[in-house]
Design a protein around this ligand. Structure first.
Ligand code: G6P
Length: 604
């Protein structure tokens, strides 16, 4: 989704802005733009499409030497994908220039009033009202004008603003949309909505909090509330593909390491328990809770569904899972004994963040399983556990998903051992968790087999995914991956449901991907497979190594290693990741940046 970058210092701004935009582009965007202050004048360039279009315009523009600038990648919300709607936006006089992430909810009223006052608008965006509002209040001092303008806004914003008539300054502001300032220690400052953008340059960052405004000049960074810079943990090389053709494939292949780092130092094998430092401050409160509500979106929601089964089976805590977008608008029954757990890779998903704020308002304990350190949800929740998957650049969540599952298993162990989970069962879970990185390595050798399968199935336009119990959410996730990466229609179902309608779809042109490891519901899955076979359905099965009988019932069998039932999804999802990936590649899709999608959905 949209990304902001800014620079003020002694170096040429444009290469830094372009690098930053490139490093933010994984989030999904459809146009881009930048503004540079060049010898007292402003130069603004915009382009529709990928960043190479902006790069081409930059080349035509002779070398820009300005040392102050802002850049933006836009994912359209208000107004179509056009140059006029791309950021930066400016006021009537070309004095104020700004880039914005978020949504200004009351922009219609504001625009109407500003037009009445004679302001001329050049775009259909909500953002442009901010430029005109700042213009309205501007009397040579940018921060004063910004402060007044912000008072009139409703919604969410991360803003970076400059004024030609108040030179050598960037004013930034934040409300419910992330924004940070990078410091290199060399009299220069970087602005970004995503730390990844400035990782090659900045050593430290200051994360702005809601309602804060910062004034950046070459010699100074002034924030209303004094804040200590935090060390930036991202590696500047993190975002490289490291020889893989796509980030998605690289991230699938990284899963032995990402699971290893999610588990590192957290398993207490002989005690059959888990050590989770992030929960230490609420340890006693966690003993008291009698319900957990998991809230999340997209792939993280599927992780939450598996978390529900784990927590109920092994920790004995009644658990509900909600789509954050539903939770925030229904009337959830929460009290002080309910813990509300957000699961989110980015830690910025607008619906999940809003749901957490709602739960806090109702007095619940709020927890997070979050990948992105210092993200909004990580900071909003009372306590939590980072799932430590590392930077995930592919829009589709792969390694984040499996590390969310490993972290949910650790949480189950932790809460279970506070309650009735026996040391023996705890030890068994701990032992199986330790084996996971090795088992994932074995599962990754399926790569070649699934690539061949994708060649066979690449022209099919409909798929059904079936699973039960722990693997029902994997059926949903497998279908979601195929939709988002290969643009193939796919439906995920609890296998018990096919008789209630979907079986009518089955014929030889409708392949069915069945997740059927040898577990407590395997016999039931076998019956479902027979039903599909009787209707000439083409069956692809994910089964446990050693299961020979399944070969007679299916067209293709993919074997995964044996593990504890609750951990099976961490292995069974991998074939579905590969399948979506190769289907996408073979169908010519942009697998790392699928059309219309964004990595981090910071608007409703
Ligand atoms: C977007 C991404 C998905 C992700 C979902 C939730 O739709 O494309 O991959 O699962 O948002 O994101 P979160 O950052 O909260 O996990």
């Amino acid at each position: 989704m949209c990304g902001i970058v800014g620079y003020l210092g002694k170096q040429k701004a444009t290469p830094i802005l372009m690098t930053g935009l490139q490093r933010e582009s994984y989030r999904g965007y459809d146009s881009s733009g930048l503004i540079v202050v060049e010898k007292g004048k402003t130069v603004c360039l915009k382009a529709v499409g990928k960043l190479d279009k902006l790069e081409a315009k930059l080349k035509n523009c002779n070398s820009l030497t300005g040392t102050l600038g802002l850049g933006h990648v836009r994912w359209a919300t208000h107004g179509g994908v056009t140059e006029a709607n791309a950021h930066p936006h400016s006021d009537c006089k070309g004095n104020i220039w700004l880039v914005h992430n978020g949504i200004i909810e009351n922009y219609r009223e504001l625009k109407h009033d500003l037009q009445q006052e004679g302001h001329i608008f050049g775009s259909e965006t909500d953002t442009e009202v901010v430029a005109h509002l700042v213009e309205k209040f501007f009397h040579k001092n940018l921060e004063e004008a910004v402060r007044k303008a912000l008072k009139m806004l409703r919604g969410a914003y991360a803003l970076a603003i400059i004024a030609k008539d108040d030179p050598g300054k960037i004013v930034v502001a934040r409300l419910s949309s992330p924004l940070l300032i990078g410091i290199s220690g060399k009299k220069e400052y970087f602005v970004a909505s995503d730390a990844n953008a400035i990782a090659p340059y900045a050593k430290k960052v200051v994360n702005l909090d809601d309602n804060e405004i910062a004034v950046i000049t070459p010699n100074d960074l002034m924030i209303l509330k004094e804040k200590q810079p935090e060390t930036l943990e991202l590696e500047s090389g993190d975002a490289q593909k490291k020889g893989f053709s796509h980030f998605m494939l690289k991230e699938i292949m990284e899963q032995p390491d990402s699971i290893d780092s999610a588990l590192k130092g957290r398993i207490l094998a002989s005690a059959g328990a888990a050590r989770l430092g992030g929960l230490e401050s609420v340890k006693e409160k966690l003993r008291e809770i009698d319900k957990i509500d998991i809230i999340s979106c997209g792939t993280a929601y599927h992780a939450g569904m598996i978390g529900e089964y784990m927590l109920e089976e092994y920790a004995g805590i009644p658990t509900d899972v909600d789509l954050a977008s539903e939770f925030r608008y229904r009337k959830p029954i929460l009290d002080k004994k309910t813990a509300v757990l957000a699961v989110s890779q980015s830690g910025e998903t607008a619906d999940t963040l809003a749901a957490i704020k709602e739960a806090k308002r109702k007095g619940s304990l709020t927890l997070g399983i979050i990948n992105t350190v210092s993200s909004s949800i990580a900071r909003e929740t009372d306590a939590g556990v980072y799932n430590r998957a590392g930077a995930e650049i592919g829009v589709a969540s792969t390694k984040s998903f499996t590390s969310q599952l490993a972290t949910l298993a650790l949480l189950t162990l932790y809460l279970g051992r506070q309650r009735d989970l026996s040391v023996v069962v705890g030890q068994r879970i701990a032992k199986e968790l330790q084996k996971l990185p090795g088992l994932i390595k074995t599962t990754l050798t399926l790569d070649g087999q699934i690539k061949k399968m994708a060649e066979k199935y690449k022209d099919y336009n409909n798929f059904l995914f079936l699973g039960r119990k722990y693997n029902y959410p994997i059926a949903l996730e497998g279908a979601l991956k195929l939709k988002e990466i290969a643009y193939v229609h796919a439906e995920g179902l609890g296998a018990g449901e096919i008789k209630h309608g979907p079986i009518a779809l089955i014929d030889e042109n409708f392949p069915v991907f069945v997740i059927a490891p040898t577990d407590s519901v395997y016999e039931k899955m076998l019956s479902n497979i027979e039903e599909i076979k009787a209707r000439n359905g083409k069956i692809i099965v994910v089964a446990t190594e050693g299961n020979e009988e399944i070969k007679n019932l299916s067209e293709d069998v993919i074997y995964i290693p044996k593990t504890l039932e609750m951990l099976t999804p961490i292995l069974s999802v991998i074939p579905t990741q590969f399948f979506a990936y190769y289907m996408g590649v073979l169908r010519g899709c942009d697998v790392d940046k699928p059309r219309n999608l964004a990595k981090s959905v910071t608007v409703e």
